[in-house]
Design a protein around this ligand. Structure first.
Ligand SMILES: [Zn+2]
Length: 339
């Protein structure tokens, strides 16, 4: 099976072509991986080609469609595969996706809202009806790929419990805070496509104003920019020091800077509280974290313990894994939708 996955964000569009097979055929090119698919069983995958373009959303919707159609052709050409041989293409988009029309209902990349992106790419790239097209929220794609091909396999190895029996929750801590829920190998989309918008569950009632219209959303406390502004407002504004990036805050903390340590203590307490609340809803077998902040090893220190202090059900600690698939999870999860 030849499947392409698009990871469409506000700044870049990435297309990756994958080959998935039931037999382990070793090919020379690309990276290889395994997946435990809920209906197809064990699959062996390899990455054949990956291309990336800037989104340039200021140029408008038509320019984005043109780029995506070109990426379909160029990614296939890079792997020397005719586009008509594609079995399917999945699009991971930055918003809630209507599960019937695949239109994006909301999100911060306004130019994509309520547009027939799937149909327009099909027309622009002249893709025949035989090529299956699907779209899904990007964080749901991340969670799906990690659950089937990444963290889920790690958890299976550690516990012996098969991937198909896991309840998994994926959280992306980056420019925003996204979430995805995978139960027994399937993404929870909900009735209208808004399932898994975990970053917009309320962490502090009457807390910081969120762009979504609510106040106190988890995203306002757990995204990279939220961490940076906590550092700026809490500790450095009085001292006249300049802005620090999230990465610099972690570096300062590991060097023993008391202000950075205090800010991270607060951040990790919020994260533990957030995961604890989600545990009371889903009681997952594990959490998996993605996004820029998830790369910081110190984030995971005592996180399961903090989580346990903030949830209803006592008992064994719930593991919080770092993502296993790196940057490719979004594209792979999108591709898996079209399977
Ligand atoms: Zn919100």
């Amino acid at each position: 099976m030849l499947l392409m996955g698009f990871d469409v964000g506000g700044t870049k569009i990435e297309a990756t072509l994958f080959r998935l097979s039931e037999k382990n055929e070793k090919h020379a090119q690309g990276g290889s991986f395994e997946c435990a698919h809920p209906s197809r069983g064990k699959l062996f995958g390899e990455t054949l080609a990956r291309l990336r373009e800037p989104t340039e959303r200021h140029k408008g919707y038509d320019s984005i469609i043109e780029k995506m159609a070109r990426l379909v052709k160029e990614t296939c050409a890079a792997a020397k595969i005719p586009t008509v041989q594609l079995n399917g293409i999945g699009f991971g988009l930055p918003g809630s996706i209507d599960p019937r029309t695949f239109k994006m209902l909301n999100g911060n990349t306004m130019v994509l809202i309520d547009r027939d992106l799937v149909g327009d790419v099909r027309r622009q790239a002249s893709l025949p009806e035989s090529v299956v097209l699907r779209a899904e929220n990007d964080a749901n794609c991340f969670a799906l790929a990690e659950a089937l091909c990444g963290a889920g396999l790690l958890h299976e190895k550690k516990t012996g419990l098969p991937v198909q029996e896991h309840t998994a929750v994926g959280i992306i801590l980056g420019t925003g805070c996204g979430g995805g829920i995978v139960i027994q190998g399937r993404t929870v989309r909900g009735a209208r496509g808004g399932g898994g918008e975990l970053g917009h569950t309320v962490l502090y009632r009457d807390g910081h104003q969120c762009y979504c219209g609510q106040s106190g959303c988890a995203e306002q406390y757990l995204s990279g920019p939220a961490l940076e502004s906590l550092m700026t407002t809490r500790h450095y504004s009085q001292l006249g020091s300049s802005f620090l990036s999230a990465k610099e805050i972690f570096e300062k903390a590991s060097a023993g800077d008391p202000a950075a340590l205090a800010v991270l203590k607060r951040y990790k307490s919020d994260l533990g509280r957030f995961l604890g609340s989600l545990t009371s809803v889903f009681d997952p077998h594990y959490f998996v974290l993605g996004g820029g902040l998830s790369l910081q090893p110190s984030l995971y220190e005592n996180l399961s313990e903090t989580l346990a202090q903030n949830t209803f059900l006592p008992g064994s600690l719930i593991p919080v894994y770092q993502h296993q698939l790196g940057d490719s999870a979004g594209g792979l999860g999108a591709a898996l939708l079209a399977l």
